[in-house]
Design a protein around this ligand. Structure first.
Ligand SMILES: Cc1cc2nc3c(=O)[nH]c(=O)nc-3n(C[C@H](O)[C@H](O)[C@H](O)COP(=O)(O)O)c2cc1C
Length: 366
């Protein structure tokens, strides 16, 4: 893959890279956010040679600034973006709000926005369709996937991405963030809490003796990541929540080999299957708690297709230190009563009921 995007932080050819549904500088795409941060003087471009093994993670952890790594060892021309939500002010910018307002004002504004979810819109085409590789042509090792920390056992494909699946019985969609360790050219783990919505989908698929289709989107708007990380009641659509946060419908395209929908302006989309009845070890991984964590019973994902924008920007993050961007995000979600690690079923049940009632009082706008 060659990359001209990184040379100046803008798409090399406006006509090709910024189709009608994407306005430059809008935070509805990762690329738009990067452009906004650059225009606001908030983006640091790391042009020195940086190694995907440890360097990227260390520099990310040491910085409180959004970073665009433009010179990655073994991956000439490819970019990695980190730290987009590293401070409260960056969260404001990622949601298209004014910089510098008070934290209370931010929370009040977000409460209003999440009470007005906006349904996603399926569109015919999107920039992620610019490149499509299938079957034996799929090689995840061509992506600059970092080994973020010395304590990690390997490279992590999924740290700031979304996993999209559907309930095999009802067809209801779930969008979550569940870490993924790269295992080979077309394989990765998916590590979830047993009560997570994705784990419930796998359990239903396994009961029927079937694989579970899954799409992974890397490089989506931060509003979509925030919504995927939120404890949204089972069966409610995280893309609607993201639409609420942005007050604009998330534009989706249909995947090609699986019956799932992903943001049309994703940088990278990987389609594939979670194999039924198979468990693999994920980790050790340096987790948000600041300690390593191993999941001996992670799911096994096999990629069957990869789609990516011209000159894709890989998005990930390095966590495990106080104040890392996952902490910033989780703190905001907690204040919005949208945080749950699936540990207390009673608490979650009450929270889900309250949330459902609150949201259903408002009708979505198309
Ligand atoms: C950066 C980040 C990484 C996360 N990694 C995981 C993970 O590996 N496994 C997991 O079960 N939850 C993880 N979470 C928390 C889930 O995304 C969160 O519990 C979400 O509500 C899950 O969606 P669900 O309720 O639809 O299952 C992560 C959250 C963030 C912000």
């Amino acid at each position: 893959m060659t990359n001209t995007f990184c040379e100046n932080g803008r798409a090399s050819s406006g006509a090709t890279h910024l189709p009608s549904q994407e306005t430059p500088g809008e935070v509805t795409s990762l690329r738009g956010l990067i452009e906004s941060l650059s225009d606001a003087g908030r983006l640091v471009r790391v042009s020195e040679l940086t190694h995907w093994r440890f360097d990227l993670g260390r520099i990310t952890r040491e910085s409180k600034t959004p970073l665009l790594f433009e010179n990655i060892a073994d991956y000439p021309g490819q970019c990695v973006f980190t730290n987009g939500l590293r401070t409260i002010d960056l969260i404001r910018l990622a949601l298209g709000m004014e910089s510098g307002t008070s934290r209370d004002d931010l929370i009040a504004e977000l409460r209003q926005r999440i009470a007005r979810p906006v349904r996603p819109r399926v569109v015919e085409t999107g920039p992620v369709l610019e490149n499509i590789l299938q079957g034996s042509a799929v090689n995840l090792l061509t992506l600059p996937v970092p080994q973020w920390n010395e304590n990690d056992c390997g490279r992590y494909l999924g740290t700031w991405h979304i996993n999209v699946t559907k309930d095999p019985e009802t067809g209801q969609r779930n969008v979550g963030v569940y870490r993924m360790q790269l295992l080979g050219p077309n394989q990765a783990t998916v590590s979830t809490a047993p009560e997570s919505h994705l784990a419930q989908h796998v359990a239903k698929a396994e009961k029927a003796g079937r694989a579970l289709p899954m799409a992974v989107a890397i490089g989506v708007s931060e509003a979509v990541i925030m919504s995927a990380a939120a404890a949204y009641p089972y069966g409610m659509d995280e893309y609607e929540l993201a639409g609420g946060l942005l007050q604009k419908a998330v534009e989706l395209i249909e995947c090609q080999t699986v019956n799932l929908e992903v943001p049309a302006n994703s940088e990278i989309v990987i389609e594939g299957l979670i194999h039924p009845g198979v468990r693999v070890q994920d980790g050790p991984y340096f987790d948000y708690t600041g300690t390593t964590n191993t999941n001996p019973a992670a799911f096994l994902f096999e990629a069957t297709q990869i789609m990516f924008r011209n000159n894709p920007i890989f998005r990930g993050t390095s966590i495990g230190i106080p104040g890392a961007e996952d902490h910033q995000l989780l703190a905001i979600l907690a204040e919005l009563s949208l945080l749950d690690f699936h540990r207390s079923s009673v608490k979650k049940h009450i929270q889900d009921m309250v949330l459902k009632q609150r949201l259903l009082r408002w009708t979505s706008t198309d």
